[in-house]
Design a protein around this ligand. Sequence first.
Ligand code: ATR
Length: 274
Amino acid sequence: MPKPPAACLIGWPAAHSRSPLIHHYWLRTLGIEGGYVIEAVPPDEFKDFIFRLSLRGFVGANVTIPHKERALALSKPDERARAVGAANTLWFADGELCSTNTDVEGFINNLDACAGGWDKCEDAVVLGAGGASRAVVFGLRERGIKRIHLVNRTMARASALADQFGASVLPVAWDTLGDLLPSAGLLVNTTSLGMKGQPPLELDVGRLPSRAVVADLVYVPLDTPLLTAARARGLKTADGLGMLLHQAVRGFELWFGRRPEVTPELRALVEADL
Ligand code: ATR
């Protein structure tokens, strides 16, 4: 009898992940026989591991730290993975190992779910200029946001990232952030500020327009000081857990052939594991 299809999460060292919980929930609720396991693979074994992915019985994989850049180089990336410079999802098409970066659609689809109409804004402010910011900026550009102000503590990183994207992305120094708030229709935090154990993000949400939408990629804690302040002002918000759940959808669809839904039940399940 053929074995049921299985996918895995490849990382190093082995770390706690919510991905098995998410994919097992979808397998169970959709009645699909399949599996999702964590594979701890050291960097010097990564290439061999993914070249034998199919032989090992996997239909695809998620890739996490520290392998995301190598995964891009060792596969056939789509436009999103190329633009972000990192791949987090692998699958096979016509026998070829393909890759994408699902953070882009995770971010955008979560915003659509939480704050429909957000894309009517003309000015977005994105805090941070690391890998997560790159996925966010690419997604915002895909959706046609006119101006994206990229604010980062280290200005050189903001400039380097903005250069990659062209004239609609403008690098901005951290100490001038306050001046941008009154015209920001969307504010996104991609930095680690507000994460458990990190300092909070010091920002006066009172200066944002009343129709602004605030998104935070941090999900531990779920209610970051930024999101709590934004909600207290009556602003629409999108949290990091929503993005995590929405980014998992595409991998599942590619591996198991059905597009799953992000349900309140799934959210509650993962929330209990944070
Ligand atoms: P990721 O891949 O999650 O984006 P990263 O590449 O390490 O992670 O980027 C982290 C981001 O958080 C960076 O923009 C970083 O700013 P710098 O480029 O100046 O380092 C930002 N960040 C982290 N700690 C910060 C702090 N205390 N104040 C402001 N920004 C911070």
